[in-house]
Design a protein around this ligand. Structure first.
Ligand SMILES: [Zn+2]
Length: 258
């Protein structure tokens, strides 16, 4: 399997082979350069693509799921304006979802967290600050952020979250080590809506619906206005096509809290 560990082992083996080869033939410097650049390229792509399971194993979709169920997920909330609108829409379609919340927002809107849980949705951890530099943090700093958000939510709902979605979906060795310590399960996705970058509702919706299959995990953001109208259309599509949205823990049959 294409994992960080395997690629490191392969690169090291090839590197040693080149060194041994030096004893017999003249190995051009270019061979070493290509080897290092290949390692770097694969590692960068693997770090940015949670579907690869490069640094850690994530729950990205459940393709063994036979029923027409999908899991809609929302990142970056709770948001004072859009999360309540999203909760209303979900309620009117009897759909369940999972919200990966940012600690600093949880702190400001504890009542929204209560409403999410009371409506039967699931809450997961999405770091405390969601900093652009999160991926450069050392292990302990990552652990501290995850625990800070977990403690906050625990004071509101009385349970510890065990699901985590890395900010930007980026993973690296420090994040992998941190999550090993906090024992969080990592949740990825197989359908990225791009609702934070695209501003054409129809394009976002089409991107999602053409990829939908039983067991899919859909990434949306409850921090964006456009997501509310996309969700409305998506819920109609699901209903018309016999699909139902369920929580991540139900889809993968895992525990969301400890
Ligand atoms: Zn995020």
């Amino acid at each position: 399997m294409l994992t960080f560990k395997n690629i490191n082992a392969l690169t090291t083996t090839l590197f040693i082979s080149l060194l041994i080869g030096e004893l017999y033939v003249n190995i051009p410097v270019l061979a070493y350069v290509i080897l290092v650049l290949s390692w770097l390229l694969i590692t960068i792509i693997g770090s940015f693509n949670i579907l690869w399971n490069y640094h850690l194993m994530a729950f990205n979709s459940n393709k063994n799921h036979k029923e027409k169920h999908v899991a809609i997920t929302f990142d970056d909330g709770p948001n004072i304006k859009y999360t309540p609108q999203i909760l209303e829409l979900l309620k009117s379609h009897q759909a369940k979802a999972t919200f990966f919340c940012i600690g600093k927002h949880v702190e400001k809107h504890p009542n929204i967290i209560k409403n999410i849980v009371n409506d039967g949705h699931t809450i997961g951890n999405h770091s405390y600050f969601h900093s652009n530099y999160f991926d450069f943090y050392r292990k302990q700093k990552i652990v501290n952020e995850i625990e800070k958000t977990n403690n906050l939510v625990e004071t509101i709902i009385g349970k510890k979250m065990t699901l985590f979605r890395p900010p930007f979906g980026i993973t690296n060795p420090s994040i992998a080590r941190a999550l090993k310590q906090t024992k969080h399960k990592v949740i990825g996705w197989d359908i990225r809506s791009l609702d934070t970058v695209k501003n054409d509702e129809q394009k976002i919706l089409n991107r999602i619906i053409k990829k939908i299959s039983p067991g899919s995990v859909i990434l949306l953001h409850d921090s964006k206005e456009i997501t509310v109208s996309v969700l409305e259309q998506l819920l109609l599509f699901l209903q018309e096509n016999g699909y139902q949205s369920i929580t991540i823990d139900t889809l993968f049959n895992i525990e969301a809290y400890a």
